[in-house]
Design a protein around this ligand. Structure first.
Ligand code: MN3
Length: 213
């Protein structure tokens, strides 16, 4: 059986400064993300049959996970998948841009404009009571949808493909922003890697193709 391990961070802890501070990044990555991985490995110790299943596939098929570990797999495989994804959709800060190519058309169609998208996403992130995430996902019909999930739940469990995600657990921003979640969200747009989001979008559309008429 292969243990789940912490993926390499694609940049230094201070790479997202001043919007996300180095101390938050370090603790978030080395403590929080690592703990989800440790807990997932512990949960799977007595269930070798899942030893070679990826964390993504575990959360895609939660219903097939034995009762005694399902909640732990949901939270900890979810935490592992969500954080691995989160690190990838961020980059060295720049001017707030937005998608290009195919995604910009899809966004205009669904949200009216990039600003329309940002407003709705921000509202969903602010409205998440307690801990959770906000997502932009591709639906099974190839459309776009914004919603937030509690805890470490991921759109993959609902059959959607996430292409952008924002961690709104307090551990993601409290050191720098304390209770000011709105300021954290506004600043986060500076570090979104639209190249990566666009890439996720193209792959999602490609993956859906055989299923579409
Ligand atoms: Mn987190």
């Amino acid at each position: 059986m292969t243990e789940h391990t912490l993926p390499k961070l694609p940049y230094a802890y201070d790479a997202l400064e001043p919007y996300i501070d180095a101390k938050t990044m370090e603790i978030h990555y080395t403590k929080h993300h690592q703990t989800y991985i440790n807990n997932l490995n512990t949960a799977l110790e007595k269930h070798k049959e899942f030893g070679d299943v990826t964390a993504e596939n575990l959360i895609k098929s939660l219903a097939s996970i034995p009762d005694e570990i399902r909640e732990s797999v949901r939270n900890n495989a979810g935490g592992h998948v969500n954080h691995s994804f989160f690190w990838q959709v961020m980059k060295t800060p720049g001017k707030i841009t937005g998608p290009s190519d195919g995604l910009v058309e899809a966004m205009d169609k669904v949200f009216g404009s990039f600003d329309g998208f940002k407003d709705l996403f921000t509202k969903a992130a602010l409205g998440r009571f307690g801990s959770g995430w906000t997502w932009l996902s591709v639906t099974s019909l190839g459309g776009l949808e914004i919603f937030s999930t509690p805890n470490q739940d991921n759109p993959l469990t609902e059959g959607l493909i996430p292409i952008l995600g924002l961690d709104v657990w307090e551990h993601a921003y409290y050191l720098k922003y304390q209770n000011r979640r709105q300021e954290y969200i506004e600043n986060w747009w500076h570090v979104v890697s639209w190249e990566k989001v666009e890439d996720h979008y193209q792959k999602a559309i490609e993956a859906l193709k055989p299923a579409r008429p």
